[in-house]
Design a binder for this molecule. Structure first.
Ligand SMILES: C[S@@+](CC[C@H](N)C(=O)[O-])C[C@H]1O[C@@H](n2cnc3c(N)ncnc32)[C@H](O)[C@@H]1O
Length: 249
């Protein structure tokens, strides 16, 4: 492992905004911060927003900077990437930012019912292979997980360059009759991108350089908790997206 990576891992542990649970603190048990993020971490009662798969945490930091009345937590498993966001938040003395290094699969152990007001999912791996559809961050399995911690009036925001993930998410919304506030296939081309949507993540910058349109979907679960699995016929297609162009991952 590179020296710089090790240095970042060590420095992460010195940042007050950085939380790195041990495996046995979240595996089949609840973490002490579950239900207590406001009291024990942020020390205020402001709403909590999550960015899942935050990478360098561009959204977490930018949204937190814009909106000091809300608390933002970037979640990712890659500590060296998260270091960037945690360092920025520390240098800027931002008190409404947290970075949580864990697998998204453990969020049940980390957040209680209704503890989260909004979720951002920024450029997740689209998991194009049909047998990996369950791993898509907008699959029914994940929605059921989000429903356990998201307030009934909470929104889920997805930004992706993947046409297949965008269409899949649209199908999930239609299938369960969820409320969809925005489904925009090309936020820059259509002029839809406002100040918030124009925040660019590291992956987004690379996709834009490749000329790929960026999509945005904003939807709500509306208090629904049951998401029985369904197969989507478009997943039977061999060719999804333009896989050759998207060989970044
Ligand atoms: C394609 S990158 C996007 C990063 C960032 N959002 C961006 O747009 O630049 C996907 C990120 O999700 C993280 N990730 C993927 N699966 C994860 C999981 N199960 N738990 C936590 N993080 C995960 C990866 O570590 C990676 O940083």
């Amino acid at each position: 492992m590179g020296k710089d990576k090790l240095r970042r891992f060590r420095e992460n542990l010195t940042f007050e905004c950085f939380v790195q649970p041990e495996f046995d603190e979240v595996f089949h048990r609840d973490h002490p911060l579950k239900g207590n993020w406001n009291r024990d971490f942020f020390r205020n009662d402001n709403p909590i927003v999550l960015e899942l798969g935050c990478g360098k945490g561009e959204y977490t930091v930018a949204l937190a900077q814009r909106d000091p009345q809300r608390n933002y937590i970037g979640i990712d498993i890659k500590g060296a990437r998260m270091w960037r966001g945690a360092k920025t938040a520390t240098d800027r003395r931002m008190h409404n930012v947290g970075f949580l290094r864990t697998r998204i699969e453990f969020i049940d152990a980390l957040f209680a019912e209704n503890e989260v007001s909004e979720i951002w999912i920024t450029f997740p791996d689209p998991q194009l292979k049909t047998r990996r559809a369950k791993k898509r961050l907008t699959s029914p399995l994940y929605l059921a997980c989000y429903a356990r911690l998201l307030r009934p009036d909470g929104w889920i925001n997805l930004k992706t360059d993947s046409k297949h993930l965008y269409a899949y998410t649209g199908e999930v919304i239609r299938h369960y009759g969820l409320t969809c506030e925005v489904s925009e296939p090309d936020i820059y081309g259509s002029g839809f991108a406002d100040e918030v949507l124009s925040v660019k993540t590291a992956y987004e910058t690379r996709f834009l350089e490749m000329g790929l349109p960026i999509t945005y979907t904003r939807f709500a679960l509306g208090g629904r908790h049951e998401f029985p699995w369904f197969d989507w016929e478009e997943d039977d297609k061999e060719e999804k997206d333009n896989e050759a162009e998207r060989q970044l991952r």
